[in-house]
Design a protein around this ligand. Structure first.
Ligand code: ME8
Length: 497
């Protein structure tokens, strides 16, 4: 049994979960579910990033302490992910004692090894990003490139991480492990950045106190990014002697958006090297969900509410749309209009209708019993190659492709029924029952392959078609015979609105 450890970014709790953060969760959840289906031992970790200036300011604006503020806001994320059927195994909050002690232990190890030193820092800081910028990176020489708002000059004495010492090792690491970043375009971006040369970075703050304190100098707290990245180690018990760390590290898959690629693919592996542990094995970098060509974000206020979609349609509908919307790693425009269009075409028409049709025809022509599944034989559905294609796509982290292959089985099922025309044939006709049995098995396979995307509907499909459960990931002849019943549509047609 293989281990499969996957993480999402831990989100800032100063806003509500939105479509972008839901997108990361849903992708990671689909991969976790896929690997559970394969029988792997899965550890899927998400959480919330609760320290830093932005959070302290939001708490002050609401007249509560930072801790009260993060207790409240973190819960909104956990609740939202529950409603979207996110099957995380652990939810890390960076204010938890287990995390605070991991941060202190890990960074003390880097300090002991001589890669952290004290110096004066003067720089241009964006509070929304919690990051310093070089003047050349700013828009019109003054505005943050992400938020479009002016940055502020900050000066403080603080501790630095000797990032520049890891420049060559990082280049060597990526040259030797070109599969470490998916998609490959992001690997080239990282290598390009590394070849320009790295400078040391400031990793503590003395101007704020809402953070993890530096154990060897209590006047300082760690810069929020340095604290946040370490959650990936907290989740596997770094330093707790339980053996979990050795089991799960370093073969981890870090899923993240392209906006935080450098923190993850440059700083984080360097920190690991500095602490004497292996860098993480794999980064899965998503593109951006765009609305009318613009990045949707909390600050721009142009978001689609994922929770409203989940309650108006279903969590499966949202999940399917987001996984199917564009190829993994690419930017893609999303809109409610296209969501409803995809929902009606793929889920209501193709999939939902075919399930209803097989049930109705089995009732009319098969005595109300599930038709037997014949041996695959000449495979008129083309199920075998489509199944293999879908499996390969899920294994290669390409959900859109995996879904397309599964949906092609569904469409082949519709065509087979059109050809066999069981509705024109007498009850008990052998050819009709063969076609119905094949389509029934094709739907089971499609539902298994789609289950990482639409977990609820997949279970319902197994029940409606008289299967005991998901069954095997291969064509399986079976005797049939379970009683089938007509039920309301699996995905009722819907209009936006
Ligand atoms: O960056 N399209 O948290 P965050 C796609 N706390 N994905 C999007 C998106 C969009 N329009 N908007 C956001 C942080 N995301 C840090 C992370 S990890 C150690 C610390 C997703 O709340 C995307 O995955 O700003 C992005 O990387 C993440 O949300 C940023 O979430």
């Amino acid at each position: 049994m293989a281990n499969f450890y996957i993480t999402t970014p831990i989100y800032y709790v100063n806003g509500d979960p939105h479509l972008g953060t839901a997108y990361a969760e849903i992708n990671a959840d689909a991969f976790a579910r896929w690997h559970r289906l394969l029988g792997d031992q899965v550890r899927f970790v998400t959480g919330t990033d609760e320290h830093g200036l932005k959070i302290a300011q939001a708490a002050a604006e609401h007249g509560v302490t930072p801790q009260e503020w993060v207790d409240r806001t973190s819960e909104r994320f956990r609740g939202a992910w529950g409603k979207l059927d996110i099957s995380f195994d652990d939810f890390i909050r960076t204010t938890e004692p287990r995390h605070v002690s991991t941060v202190q232990e890990f960074l003390s190890e880097i300090y002991r090894r001589g890669y952290i030193y004290k110096d004066l820092y003067v720089g241009l800081y964006c509070i929304s990003c919690e990051a310093y910028y070089q003047e050349s990176e700013l828009v019109d020489g003054k505005d943050c490139p992400v938020h479009g708002r002016p940055v502020t000059e900050m000066s403080e004495e603080n501790y630095f991480f000797a990032l520049s010492k890891f420049n060559d090792r990082l280049i060597e690491f990526y040259e030797n492990n070109p599969g470490a970043i998916t998609p490959e375009t992001r690997l080239h971006e990282v290598l390009g950045f590394l070849r320009q040369g790295l400078t040391d970075i400031s990793i503590t703050r003395s101007s704020i106190d809402w953070g993890v304190s530096v154990p060897w100098d209590e006047q300082h707290v760690f810069y929020v990014w340095y604290d946040a990245l370490i959650n990936y180690l907290t989740a596997v018990g770094y330093g707790d002697g339980s053996g979990a760390f050795e089991q799960w590290w370093p073969s981890v898959h870090h899923l993240l958006g392209k906006d935080i690629l450098r923190f993850h693919a440059v700083w984080w592996p360097a920190m690991c090297m500095a602490a004497g542990i292996d860098p993480p094995a794999h980064f899965l970098v998503t593109g951006w969900m765009l609305v009318n060509g613009e990045k949707m974000s909390k600050s721009l206020g142009n978001q689609i509410d994922p929770m409203a979609v989940a309650s108006d349609l279903s969590s499966d509908a949202l999940r399917y749309y987001l996984l199917r919307a564009n190829g993994f790693g690419l930017d893609g425009d999303v809109s409610l209009e296209s969501l409803y269009r995809v929902y009606n075409a793929d889920l209501a028409n193709d999939l939902g209708n075919l399930v209803s049709r097989v049930v109705a025809l089995s009732i009319q022509k098969g005595g109300g019993r599930a038709p037997a599944v014949p041996e695959i034989g000449s495979d008129p559905l083309g199920a075998k190659p489509l199944l293999e294609g879908s499996i390969a796509a899920w294994n290669a982290f390409r959900p859109m492709d995996a879904i397309d292959h599964a949906m092609a089985i569904v469409r082949a099922g519709n065509s087979l029924l059109e050809r066999a025309e069981p509705w024109r044939r007498p009850e008990g006709d052998a050819e009709s029952l063969d076609a119905l049995g094949r389509v029934r098995e094709g739907l089971r396979l499609a539902a298994v392959l789609l289950s990482p995307a639409i977990p609820k509907a997949s279970l319902e499909i197994f029940v409606r078609l008289g299967f005991g459960g998901a069954g095997e990931l291969r064509w399986t002849a079976e005797a049939g015979g379970a009683t089938l019943e007509k039920r309301p549509p699996l995905f009722p047609r819907a209009v936006a609105g």
